[in-house]
Design a protein around this ligand. Structure first.
Ligand SMILES: Cc1ncc(COP(=O)(O)O)c(C=O)c1O
Length: 385
């Protein structure tokens, strides 16, 4: 047979035979835990008052499970608040900032969002320490006599702080960690964290809507001794007559929670406990990140946006694609979505064009492994189109 392919034309490789069984790679809301089904959720607390004995017991159980799985010391309080991670972090900013100078760290979009809040909304004049997408700022520059705001894992660049060593043990200011893509994936040294926030929608594969607020003793001291210069809406108020509202940390939520989201979180937490807890979750995330790294290593057209492996995320892993602009990435991601091979893998809208693959614990490693041939197929297909 005569080959009629024009010289120089590229042939896309054959479509791979094996698809990821669960092609859910979004960086939030993230894949549900394996085996999850709405039919498996507890529903007895639905259609009832969340302040009835049952509702309160389920909220408290959820809090207890989170404490256990995070290995949170007794020194720290943990509560469920409105507004997902954003609500929890803003609640902390609005209630505690203004007492001393502020430093904000930003190396991607979410950290930059907290800078905007501090500058434009709270009219603070923070010291801002920035780095470009893919890099971490110089953490040694941080002045711990100020309150310090940072993102433990920058979800839009795939860059995280490597550990808590850089946080001064004798700090005068408070450390505020937006830890939404970090908790349940890394060891968090709680003695270095005064405030941490997260949402169930990330590593647990739970629902958005609610945030989780963790307060160390020095944060409580701040709340009880500092009255912000600005008004506080009801959903942000954590003190009454100068005293912490302890009910928030016992399941007495400020306003009405979604008990369905709470039941969903309980299911995910029980799944996590069944894996061996924090270690089990971390092992899954590490295995996923390692599997994705193998795929990257095998292809010279794929790279990591986070140059330094020590600060490379194990959850929101961001990849560079040689020669790809935003349009190329859009087409590649759309192609994989249309095939049911990978959902939601285009990088964040403000980040440099690239791919972002969630490697948190709810993703199965076999599904990451299956992505390699699909990347090849989609890359060549878009290039030759
Ligand atoms: C680091 C970080 N902070 C904040 C948010 C906002 O989270 P939420 O939508 O749960 O408020 C996200 C979501 O992706 C995030 O990754």
């Amino acid at each position: 047979m005569t080959d009629t392919t024009p010289a120089g034309a590229l042939l896309a490789p054959a479509k791979p035979a094996i698809k990821p069984a669960r092609p859910y790679f979004s960086s939030g809301p993230c894949a549900k835990p394996p085996g999850w089904s709405p039919a498996r959720l507890g529903t007895e607390s639905l259609g009832r008052s969340h302040r009835a004995q049952l509702g309160k017991a389920r909220l408290q159980y959820c809090i207890d499970l989170m404490r256990e799985l995070l290995a949170l010391p007794e020194t720290h309080r943990i509560g469920i608040v409105p507004g997902s991670d954003t609500g929890a972090f803003e609640m902390a900013m609005w209630t505690m900032l203004g007492a001393r100078p502020v430093t904000t760290l930003a190396w991607e979009s979410f950290g930059e969002g907290w800078v905007t809040d501090a500058v434009k909304q709270l009219k603070l004049e923070p010291t801002v320490i920035r780095a470009d997408y893919g890099e971490l700022p110089d953490l040694a520059q941080v002045d711990w006599s100020s309150d310090v705001l940072f993102t433990w894992n920058g979800t839009t660049s795939g860059v995280r702080v490597p550990d808590g060593e850089w946080i001064a043990a004798d700090r005068e200011g408070l450390s505020f960690a937006d830890a939404t893509s970090a908790v349940f994936a890394y060891d968090i040294p709680w003695d270095k964290v005064d405030v941490a926030t997260f949402s169930w929608q990330k590593v647990l594969g739970g629902e958005g809507g609610h945030g989780v607020l963790i307060l160390g003793p020095r944060a409580v001291e701040r709340l009880e001794s500092h009255a912000p210069a600005w008004p506080l809406p009801k959903v942000f108020r954590l003190t009454k007559a100068g005293k912490l509202v302890e009910g928030v940390f016992k399941g007495e939520t400020i306003n009405t929670p979604s008990m369905l989201a709470v039941e969903d979180a309980i299911w995910a937490l029980e799944w996590a406990k069944g894996l061996g807890g924090l270690e089990g979750l971390q092992a899954r995330s590490n295995a996923n990140a390692a599997a994705l790294d193998r795929i990257v290593e095998e292809r010279d057209w794929l790279g990591h946006l986070a140059a330094d492996p020590a600060s490379r995320s194990k959850t929101s892993v961001c990849l560079t694609v040689e020669g790809a602009d935003a349009d190329f990435i859009k087409k590649l991601a759309a192609l994989l979505e249309a095939e049911g091979a990978a959902y939601d893998i285009a990088g964040y809208r403000d980040a440099p064009p690239g791919l972002r693959i969630w490697c948190g614990a709810t993703v199965d490693t076999a599904d990451i492994d299956a992505l390699g041939p699909w990347f090849d197929w989609a890359y060549e297909s878009v290039k030759s189109a």
